[in-house]
Design a protein around this ligand. Structure first.
Ligand code: ADP
Ligand code: MG
Length: 706
């Protein structure tokens, strides 16, 4: 066994790199504290703190061409150097001079509190670079430019710029980074084992960092800034390698497990299909047969069904459950909310009850003798299918012959405990379902642990949903849409981010319900949120479904899975507070019937232009895939993987959309390495194992995906 703590030390360098930045000349206690506030305490931290911009110093400007706001690079000489105390501020000194280029044109340069200004080289050839600003009298000047003496050395060609605390000069950090690189020179910091690196001709991790901190004279600053330079790719590959190796290891462990073999029956399936009020889409038929093939195989199924909201995942799951039952096994289906679990139970019972399939709903309300009876039946194998939430599959639940476990809306579970699931039945085949729209290419590259089925087709007869943005001031216009929908006998979801708030706070369910009841009469307005007792939630939801309530004022509890075809209007207040994928899920609650549906995104006052633009982009697209791309670009696919923290995978270098090829290559490398070192126990794997442990420590759980 490798000791993870020791392996970690090895990977990050025990000595040279873990030293404090306090040893750098020019870094006193104040600057040390400023650095630490940005997470920069050691040379290792500095090494990984990459520039965010690059200045091309190969381009030289003429003084005559300088404009306010630009970063100027001028070759010339300094004249008329003067230093004086600033009026009324004896502690502040200003140094000024005139910079003249080869044409003889001049511009004023100024520094405050310049150290050692007596040493400023006057009259000799210099390269000076800095920002052009306009003084009070509109004349241009260069404020605090950097000066490079051309006599002593060639100037840097491309200069990195770091995001730094204001008190820390760029030049000082460049020095720190340089020292860190020297300290790293003899260490292999990457997770990809050296021999694999060499065999596949990959560049070295430290060399890649050097190329970013100290770009070569012929480097492409545009590629550097766009993170598409070969050095970035190398770092991203290393990072993705860790991730893929962790997955590959899990996958190898999974292969050693025996799965229930569920062979074709050819009877119940057609009977259920006959009972369906619709015909399956081609995508549903394809998914059903992909799943059937997995179920019939000896190794356990590990499949994710990805389909946009409303694409009809449920019936695919039911078909799989039915097949399982008929082969003599049991199935469980977990949903993230009781409401949804119950909806599944009811639908399944309606469809399959007549075929003689027994099923039960395990809810928190189920207690005492009734619960005991159901648990006994489950354990003995007398009950074919059980529905419930994750929380209900507790320690006391045992399933006698669990052949299939279905997890609906998997992304909503957060960290999902596969071990607990398998404790229910070790041979279970697993079917995950999610509406998280993840592009197929990414799913395949990233989710090698899982087989992927995609429902890329909506059932026919759906009318597209019109999405529009409204300002808070336009609420009366939205109210008018609500009234019109009710007049047509249709139903309305009204979603808000808070349950309770100040009376004046329009973002709370209670305030909005009160306002709408005043407007529409209290009879038709219902309230639904997570703090209601389950029985109350059910009652409200049922009344809404049955049309007793016209408006359901709710939190995002309505986001998940609930199906009311008569609902045609979705109003989302303070829409800027939600992620795009979540908004897309929410609007998927309408547009399920034949009537035209609408989604109103009400945007709060003071919302940034950027946030508004994101919402406008959502309004302009109906495609789940396009939404996924928009969302992934900014947040990463954390929701899908259920990371505990902000929802994004902790990627420092890589990017899920941009680096698709890197992800694939990393997956291949990981598989290759696992073939060479199946137990990851060799010293060459130590850094990779340490990196995996770091990843896990960040709250990433492999149980989530594979
Ligand atoms: P989701 O993929 O979001 O879970 P559901 O399974 O809840 O979608 O299906 C949404 C609605 O579409 C349900 O009312 C369901 O009965 C209906 N439906 C599913 N498949 C079809 C189909 N092939 N034709 C018509 N309606 C369908
Ligand atoms: Mg669903």
């Amino acid at each position: 066994m490798t000791d993870p703590a020791r392996a970690k030390d090895e990977s990050r360098g025990t000595g040279a790199l873990s030293a404090s930045l306090a040893t750098v000349a020019g870094v006193g206690p104040k600057r040390l504290e400023a650095l630490r506030s940005r997470g920069l305490a050691t040379f290792a931290d500095a090494l990984l703190h990459l520039p965010y911009r690059y200045e091309d110093l190969r381009r030289h400007d003429r003084v005559a061409d300088l404009r306010e706001g630009m970063t100027a690079v001028v070759e010339g000489t300094l004249h008329d150097l003067k230093a004086r105390a600033m009026r009324g501020m004896s502690w502040r000194r200003m140094t000024t001079a005139t910079l003249k280029d080869a044409t003889g044109a001049g511009i004023r340069v100024a520094w405050f509190n310049l150290r050692g200004d007596g040493l400023m080289p006057v009259g000799e050839p210099l390269l000076i670079y800095g920002r052009v600003t306009a003084a009070a009298n509109r004349t241009l000047e260069l404020l605090h430019p950097e000066v490079h003496r051309l006599k002593t050395s060639a100037p840097p060609a491309i200069r990195p710029l770091y995001s730094l605390p204001p008190t820390l000069p760029q030049r000082l950090f460049a020095t720190i980074a340089g020292q860190a690189l020297t300290r790293a020179a003899h260490e292999d910091l990457g997770a990809i084992p050296g021999e694999l690196r060499v065999a596949t001709g990959l560049s070295d991790f430290t060399a890649a960092l050097a190329a970013l901190h100290q770009p070569a004279a012929d480097a492409d600053p545009v590629a550097l800034e766009a993170h598409s330079s070969p050095a970035h790719q190398a770092l991203a590959l290393d990072e993705m390698f860790t991730f893929q190796l962790a997955l590959a290891r899990e996958r190898a462990r999974g292969r050693r497990r025996a799965g229930a073999v569920i062979s074709d029956d050819g009877r119940l399936g057609p009977e259920m299909m006959a009972a369906l009020p619709f015909t399956l889409t081609a995508a549903q038929t394809r998914a059903i047969s992909e799943i059937a093939a997995d179920l019939g195989a000896a190794s356990p199924m590990n499949r994710i069904l990805i389909g946009d909201v409303g694409s009809g995942k449920t019936v695919v799951a039911f078909a799989a459950a039915l097949r399982t039952v008929h082969a003599g096994w049991q199935a469980v289906m977990m949903a993230p909310t009781e409401l949804l679990a119950e909806q599944h139970f009811r639908n399944f019972n309606r469809l399959c009850g007549p075929l003689g399939v027994t099923s039960a709903l395990l809810t928190a309300r189920l207690t005492g003798a009734e619960r005991a009876r159901i648990l006994r039946a489950l354990q003995r194998g007398d009950l074919a299918v059980a529905f419930g939430t994750h929380a209900l599959f507790q320690d006391d639940v045992r399933v006698g012959r669990l052949g299939l476990a279905i997890i609906d809306e998997q992304h909503r579970f957060g960290v999902f405990d596969r071990a607990r699931l398998l404790a229910l039945g070790a041979e279970a085949n697993v079917l995950l379902m999610t509406a998280t729209p993840i592009p197929r290419s990414l799913a395949l590259a990233l989710l090698r642990n899982l087989d992927v089925s995609i429902l890329d087709e909506l059932p026919p007869g759906r009318t597209p949903i019109t999405t529009q943005l409204y300002a808070e001031e336009d609420l009366p216009a939205v109210d008018e849409l609500v009234r019109a929908a009710l007049r047509r006998g249709e139903r309305v979801y009204y979603v808000l981010p808070l349950i309770e708030g100040e009376e004046a706070d329009s973002a709370s369910v209670t305030a909005a319900a009160k306002r709408l009841a005043g407007l529409l009469g209290s009879d038709g307005v219902g309230v639904l949120h997570g703090r209601l007792r389950p029985a109350e939630k059910d009652r409200v939801m049922r009344r809404f479904r049955d049309g007793e309530l016209g408006v359901l004022v709710a939190t995002t509890v309505v986001e998940v899975g609930v199906d009311v075809p008569e609902a045609t209007l979705m109003v989302i207040v303070a829409a800027e507070r939600y992620g795009l994928a979540q908004l897309h899920q929410l609007r998927g609650r309408v547009g399920r019937g034949a009537a035209a549906s609408r989604c109103c995104l009400v945007v709060s006052r003071g919302t940034t232009d950027g946030a508004r633009a994101r919402l406008a982009a959502l309004a302009a697209t109906a495609s789940g895939n396009a939404v996924a791309e928009l969302d992934l670009r900014t947040r990463g696919p954390g929701d899908l993987f259920g990371t505990r923290q902000t929802g994004a995978l902790p990627l420092r270098f890589g990017h899920f959309i941009r680096d698709l090829r890197v992800i694939e290559q990393a997956g291949d490398l990981a598989e290759e390495w696992l073939r060479r070192d199946p137990g990851l126990a060799s010293p060459a794997s130590a850094k990779a194992v340490a990196a995996i442990n770091d990843l896990m420590a960040l709250g990433f759980s492999l149980g989530d995906i594979g």
